[in-house]
Design a protein. Structure first.
Length: 278
């Protein structure tokens, strides 16, 4: 255990990504403490630049506090990202496990379905789903989750096919264990490692997708998000560029934290890299 924690401390991407993400999560969790009011309420004079008294990050064209908006928007982005990733992982793991374990015609049907989803432009498909279901947090989560699961399914399928032919799985089937028990007890636990790395990358993609949808005016109108703040600030790029730059920077830092975390986890969980470190 101490060796594993030592490896974490030595992994610069994992450490940097973890610390950056922890700071962003802390801002999201404490948003209600530092800014208890509605972030969409008018808080002062409009178009105050960062550094103004009482408004360290300034105000937007309507007089809303930028710092309050950024903090509360962090909650929305992280919540949408987490919920959509959980949905995509649930679908992808289910499809991948069943496909890789049973093989045959079941594998053919599930993989052709997966390929069909992969051929669809994910972002355009997400736009269509959000428009049909009407813009809301729920519809955005559903749209992102439904368009993101194929890569998880393929990863898990490959691992499930490998584990399916392992000696301990064959032994479990020989002694009469049912398929469901074999999958839950042996195949699933030994096929889930790549999902941890992929999920961190999916979180970054989900946050970008949510921001893009909100930028296009397809976000939930009842909540504030980084994408909607960038969209609102594009009208003042020449006179008050900070209105778009600050939420854009927040998106960049959040996405890069998940990418660093994914790279670090990949190095940490890769058995060949772990063996070389020993």
């Amino acid at each position: 255990m101490s060796r594993r924690w030592h490896d974490v401390a030595r992994s610069r991407p994992l450490l940097a990504g973890g610390l950056l993400l922890a700071a962003i999560v802390a801002v999201a969790l404490l948003a209600g403490v530092f800014y208890p009011g509605d972030p969409m309420d008018i808080a002062g004079r409009a178009n105050l630049w960062p550094g103004a008294a009482g408004h360290p990050l300034g105000t937007d064209m309507l007089g809303r506090d930028m710092a309050a908006g950024l903090a509360h928007a962090a909650r929305v982005s992280l919540a949408v990202g987490l919920a959509s990733v959980l949905l995509s992982v649930a679908i992808g793991v289910g499809v991948g496990i069943v496909s890789g374990y049973f093989g045959g015609w079941i594998d053919d049907v599930l993989m052709r379905t997966t390929e069909m989803f992969q051929t669809l432009p994910a972002f355009l498909f997400a736009i269509v789903l959000v428009v049909i279901l009407e813009p809301s947090i729920t519809s955005i989560v559903f749209a992102i989750g439904v368009t993101s699961w194929p890569q998880i399914a393929r990863l898990v399928r490959a691992e499930a096919m490998r584990v399916r032919h392992a000696e301990y799985v064959s032994a479990a089937i020989t002694i009469g264990l049912g398929h469901a028990r074999v999958i839950v007890s042996h195949v699933l636990p030994n096929s889930i490692a790549p999902v941890v790395v992929a999920a961190s990358v999916l979180m970054a993609q989900a946050i970008l997708t949510e921001a893009s949808l909100s930028f296009l005016g397809l976000g939930d109108p009842n909540v504030i998000s980084w994408g909607s703040m960038v969209g609102a600030g594009r009208a003042t790029l020449r006179t008050a560029w900070y209105m778009a730059a600050l939420p854009g920077l927040a998106i960049f830092l959040t996405v890069i934290s998940f990418m660093l975390l994914g790279n670090g986890l990949n190095d940490w969980l890769n058995p060949r890299l772990a063996k070389s470190r020993r």
